[in-house]
Design a binder for this molecule. Sequence first.
Ligand code: PMP
Length: 361
Amino acid sequence: MTKRVFNFYAGPATLPLPALEQAQKDLLNYNNSGMSVMELSHRSKEYDAIHHDATDLVRTLMKIPNDYHILWVQGGASTQFYMVPQNIHVKGKSMDYVNTGVWSKKAIKEAQLYGDVNVVASSEDTTFSYIPQDITFHKDASYAHITGNNTIYGTEYHTTPKTPSDVPLACDMSSNIMDKVINVKDYGVIYAGAQKNIGPAGVTLLIVREDLINRVPDNTPTMQKWSTHVAKDSLFNTPPCWSIYMCKLALEHLKQQGGVPGIEKINRKKADTLYKVIDNSNGFYKGHAQKDSRSLMNVTFNLPTPELEAQCVEEGKNKGLIGLKGHRSIGGMRASIYNAMTLKGVQTLATFLQEFQKQHE
Ligand code: PMP
């Protein structure tokens, strides 16, 4: 096997090596079934066990109360941008959104197809370098919506904003699901494409509070109703079996690391390691995010010139540090250090950045 690299891509992203090794072992003959998980019927007892184990792991790891449903759906987080309003918007009421970047804007655009959207706070004034504080939501809104972590700008909510009691909070946690302990009860809806923090592409994790399941208008297409997937335990139609199986393996690995509290500690150490390099660089590395809004998952920064940035990305690549180019919309550099990125990977990157500075300042 050729050497594995340290993969800092923003998603699809690095997966835990033990999960990949287990998948490799199981590839041709899963659990003595004589076939791969990719070939198993989704109605087979083998797949049924995988499906429910994955769901149970999510419930245990996030301490999800029993009045929340856990669903595995397709279409990516982008599909939830319209399924959220489709399922919980109440006609005649408005929807409150916080705009913290490209993904928030995409969610807002879709919600506008269903009614009036109030953008109650925005950080667009500083190219989304912070998370707005003291946000006031309207007490008669259908629901409120935030983007938990802004993958492109590298900002993250560190406390959950409070909404009025009848206004459920929906959150896009695609790039920070399970990166730290949260209280699920603060949310009505949580959704996350799996491909950054909990598995491969192809499946979206959706967590919905029981009382929100039946708000959906009757004339909504069957597949678009969360209630359809609740009624059939995410087996209404063929689920992305392989992706869910990979999530199960990745989540088992997370459990072995002390679950979410365990990984939070590691994540804080990883993020601190990189932010220290930035803060101690005398301005050679400039972080994009304001300090109190810094993401644990996506560390975004600039170098003195775009040429140096390109050179740094290239030299990193030659050293097995892959995927450090910033998103095309803001340029610069970005290290995505999701749950599966090891502390060793981050320390290797930190050392490389310090050496690069010495050679080029
Ligand atoms: N929300 C956030 C915060 C994201 O980072 C992304 C993907 N980068 C998306 C939504 C879109 O997810 P998907 O590709 O699963 O539709």
